[in-house]
Ligand binder design. Structure first.
Ligand SMILES: *Cc1c(COP(=O)(O)O)cnc(C)c1O
Length: 913
């Protein structure tokens, strides 16, 4: 095996296997061009050897893709055997270009071995290939069949012959003959949309490719000890659906179809066929299954609506666009957006359109499809962003006096949600990352401590919900399943709200899916259904008793098991679809997996009525529908690419001799303290890090790091976060949103490509070069000044203030040792200006009162950006740490704080205790 191949063992290739494949093609291409050059100049050199070697490396992987496929690779073998270096190089170049550009999907000529044909372009369909690829969406379908390899070409032809000219879609078959190969194809081939499994397939791959087998082992334990070989098909279907739940799976069997269709383990299978059934039936089902994901009921309807001649007499002059197109003054608005926007603007809820507030038609169906896509029982569309989604959840499931355990560092919509619902926050703190002036995530131990303290205080019955941000802005991902399981061990009917504003895309990564709220809720339910769950709980009872003693210190140090008979799975997830998928801004969803949802139905509807606009924007709803379509059809591939882009940035920054002198991207080892990384996982680029460790980290660690979120340290280049962000924006048109004192956050998403990586690296290089040339001019003095600036940015970091406490006047029971507070009362107390006072930060009165009282009580939220979380909330006692932090704060944007007047306080006289 060549050293190049060893490269592919690298961890990053686990997460970026499509890039790995293209890298191999580039490598093959380079070697072929070298050989062709030798032939052309009649030089003696390495000859065909390197090409053959590279091809041998690539070949096992190629069997999982339709293009270039057996026929083209065979033609290539022939040219190599004939010593036709130039011909081989031409063919290889054409194949690799076609793969890179994706042109094989619509250009039939790309499939032909003879160059004459391809030169004539795609119009001429070769005999035997009915239906050209042009203009129809293309995908690949996997056929897992025990048929001998010698029959492969004939089978492929038979499948192609099923094509009809009026098929709305076109697919190419990929044939594999074993369970291992089927799983590898599922993992590697992002173009797959459907899988057809024939009963009676063998398990091991026919390829002797230990590397691929290694690779497979991180996804699936191939425990195929089945009682009857016939069960293999069903088992394979189950395994495939765990890796890519969106794929349609069909099973062809000679068993009793009716019986199999009722088998619960067959739930992953879309349809079971009796093997002798018409192949055309299978073909039509494959197309129909993909069409079902492709169809976007609301968007499709809106397009139809826009095309109808309609007169409107409702209050929406913009609808149909006449007031715009005919205007003397605003016609450019219409020209800019195009007429369709206005034709599709409507307030109608009839005539084929649906009501967002009481959906019964296409919006309802669109929501159901989205629920299927994210693995939820229900999905609700929200057109005012996740800010509103979060408030709706608080409104629906909490009431005044309920306690919510919540990360103080979470998005402000949670704090405001509690002001609205009257729920009382019990703030818990994330672990600090003081060197970078930011917070991590809340350790599970902290959440358990809070719950146990409430139990000790006799207030556990007040606790309604636990709210956490998954993943955090900076990329900390919770072990959602473990957090919920352990909390449910303390209180079995807790509700969880996971704010996954950034994390919606994670559903389409087999590694990240288990860490989404919906993925974890499903796993919890599956766990509960296993008899081992009850055994585990009974074992715990023997040790700790049935009713956990909150004072028992062992509870914090061990993994707690909930009572599977008592626990309820009640999980809410909110996603800003617009932040990680192709939705217009403000497109958001609430995904629900709540066994007791029926108790909340009316409250939930009420919450929608309270918070949703009565004029929801049809375009946002359509974009939610379309975003779902895209993710269900190409999410797997796109998310893999987003991860590839992020890993490429990490690699380039770390390996560039000049850039790495001034910049670095923080790895998991810097972002997550060691105690939370039991797997020992350090970083995506760490040498000798193996696949199994990375996957263990995803599966087991308390926190893992989202690879697509990159904290780039710029303090070491002499820039504070805000200055660096502005520099990137003004000079290079590179936009990003989050900064800390000495870092900026970069993110990759499904929109990024490798050329974005090149662009960013070029910019970082330019900035690094500038720093160096600056030294040439300024000499030693300049270097010293630079070093001092870096030191100040990297070392003089203000420590972040923890939440102090609520004033006793805003606590239901001032004697309770638990720190929840009645924030809403404080919030409204401040409405009475006469009860408030202002103290400038520089005022000596502040210091006097800090020393001798009476305590300073915040009248409102104060939220500096960065860090972007409230360092004061209404009713909170402001302590010396917070004042010190505010005095040092050098950011311009501080919501809720007026520098000229000072901090707003509730007067002591206005607070009754
Ligand atoms: C952005 C964000 C929100 C709010 O979402 P919008 O869609 O912008 O309203 C909520 N929570 C978190 C963690 C966010 O990052």
């Amino acid at each position: 095996m060549t050293s190049d191949t060893n490269d592919h063992r690298q961890l990053d290739h686990l997460l970026s296997n499509s890039a790995a494949r293209l890298d191999r093609w580039r490598d093959l291409n380079a070697k072929a061009q070298a050989w062709a050059a030798e032939v052309r100049c009649a030089r003696t050199g390495a000859g065909a050897g390197p090409v053959q070697e590279a091809l041998a490396d690539l070949r096992p992987m190629e069997s999982y893709f339709a293009y270039p496929g057996v026929r083209l690779l065979h033609a290539l073998d022939e040219r190599i055997a004939d010593g036709d270096g130039m011909g081989a190089a031409r063919l290889i170049l054409r194949m690799s270009n076609s793969l890179l550009s994706g042109s094989y999907r619509y250009d039939e000529g790309e499939w032909q071995a003879t160059e004459e044909f391809s030169a004539e372009g795609p119009d001429r369909t070769p005999p035997g290939l009915a239906g050209s690829h042009a203009s129809r969406p293309y995908f690949e379908a996997l056929f897992v069949s025990p048929a001998p390899a010698a029959r492969a070409a004939a089978i492929t032809r038979e499948i192609r012959e099923l094509r009809r000219h009026d098929d709305p879609l076109i697919y190419e078959p990929v044939l594999v003959g074993s369970v291992e190969d089927a799983l590898l194809a599922t993992i590697l081939n992002g173009k797959l949309e459907a899988v057809v499994i024939y009963d009676g397939i063998p398990i091991p791959s026919k390829h002797d490719a230990p590397l691929l087998r290694d690779f497979l082992s991180v996804y699936e334990h191939l425990d195929m000890t089945v009682d009857a070989p016939r069960e293999i098909g069903v088992r394979l279907a189950h395994m495939i659906s765990r890796i890519r739940p969106e794929l349609d799976i069909y099973l062809l069997t000679d068993r009793n179809v009716e019986q199999l269709a009722g088998d619960p383990s067959a739930s992953a299978i879309r349809r079971v066929f009796y093997e002798v059934e018409e192949p055309m039936e299978v073909h039509l089902n494959i197309l129909e299954g993909v069409r079902d994901r492709q169809s976007t009921p609301h968007f499709d309807n809106l397009k139809q609506y826009a095309a109808k001649p309609i007169s409107t007499f409702h209050a929406l002059p913009i609808a149909r666009g006449k007031s715009i197109i005919k205007s003397n003054w605003i016609r450019d608005f219409g020209e800019f957006y195009g007429l369709n926007l206005f034709l599709a603007e409507t307030s109608a809820t009839t005539g084929g359109l649906d009501s967002m507030l009481e959906p019964t038609g296409n919006i309802k169906v669109a929501q159901e499809k989205f629920a299927r896509a994210v693995g939820a029982d229900h999905v609700f569309f929200v057109t005012n962003g996740t800010s509103t989604s979060n408030k709706m959840v608080y409104q629906a499931v909490t009431k005044p006096g309920d306690i919510v355990i919540v990360d103080r560092n979470c998005h402000k919509s949670h704090h405001y949600g509690m002001v609205l619902s009257g729920a009382q926050p019990l703030y818990v703190e994330a672990f600090p990352m003081t060197e970078y002036s930011m917070y991590g995530a809340v350790p599970l131990r902290t959440v358990k401590e809070a719950l146990l303290a409430l139990k000790s205080a006799g207030r556990l019955d007040k606790v309604a919900m636990v709210t956490l941000t998954n993943c955090t802005f900076d990329g900390h991902i919770y072990n959602t399943q473990r957090v919920m399981a352990e909390c449910l061990a303390i209180k079995p009917d807790l509700i969880f709200l996971w704010d996954e504003a950034w994390f919606g895309f994670a559903r389409w990564s087999p590694f990240l899916r288990m860490r989404t709220a919906m993925g974890a809720a499903a796993a919890l339910q599956a766990w509960r259904d296993d008899p081992k769950a009850l055994e585990a709980w009974q074992a715990q009872c023997r040790e700790l008793g049935e009713d956990l003693d909150p004072k028992d210190p062992r509870l914090l140090d061990r993994v707690l098991v909930p009572d599977p008979r008592a626990m309820r799975v009640r999980v809410y997830e909110t996603d800003s679809v617009h932040k990680s998928m192709s939705s217009l801004r403000q497109g958001s969803i609430i995904a629900v997996r709540d066994e007791d949802y029926e108790h909340h139905v009316s409250a939930f509807h009420e919450a929608v009525f309270i918070h949703a606009s009565t004029s929801p924007n049809a375009q946002i709803i359509a974009s939610l529908d379309v975003a779902r379509r895209q993710m269900e059809l190409e999410g797997y591939e796109l998310v893999m690419r987003a991860i590839e882009v992020a890993l490429a940035i990490r690699r380039e920054v770390a390996n560039h001799p000049l850039i790495s002198r001034y910049f670095s991207v923080l790895g998991a080892d810097k972002m997550i303290p060691e105690e939370f990384r039991a797997s020992g996982f350090a970083d995506y680029l760490a040498p000798r890090m193996n696949w199994l460790t990375a996957v263990k980290s995803f599966k087991e660690d308390e926190f893992c790091l989202d690879p697509t979120r990159l904290t780039l340290v710029c303090g070491t280049a002499g820039y504070d976060g805000t200055t660096f962000k502005n520099l990137l924006a003004s000079r290079y048109n590179i936009q990003l949103n989050k900064t800390s004192r000495n870092s900026v956050l970069l993110q990759s998403n499904i929109n990024n490509t490798r050329s974005d990586v090149a662009m960013l690296i070029k910019v970082l290089l330019e900035i690094s070069e500038e720093i160096e040339s600056g030294f040439k001019e300024s000499g030693e003095a300049g270097r010293a000044e630079f070093a001092e600036k870096v030191r100040s940015l990297m070392e003089d970091v203000p420590s972040l203030p923890n939440f102090s406490r609520f004033h006793d006047g805003y606590r239901d029971d001032p004697r309770s040792p638990t720190q929840e507070g009645n924030m809403r009362d404080a919030f409204f107390a401040a409405y009475n200006e006469a009860d408030c006072e202002y103290l400038p930060l520089s005022s000596q009165d502040i210091d006097k009162r800090l020393e001798a009282g009476p305590p300073l009580v915040s009248a409102n939220f104060v939220i500096p950006y960065p860090p972007g979380f409230p360092i004061m909330v209404p009713g909170q006692i402001i302590d010396a740490h917070t004042i010190e932090f505010m005095r040092k704060l050098d950011v311009k944007e501080i919501h809720g704080y007026n520098g000229a007047r000072g901090i707003k306080l509730i007067k002591p006289s206005a607070i009754g205790v």
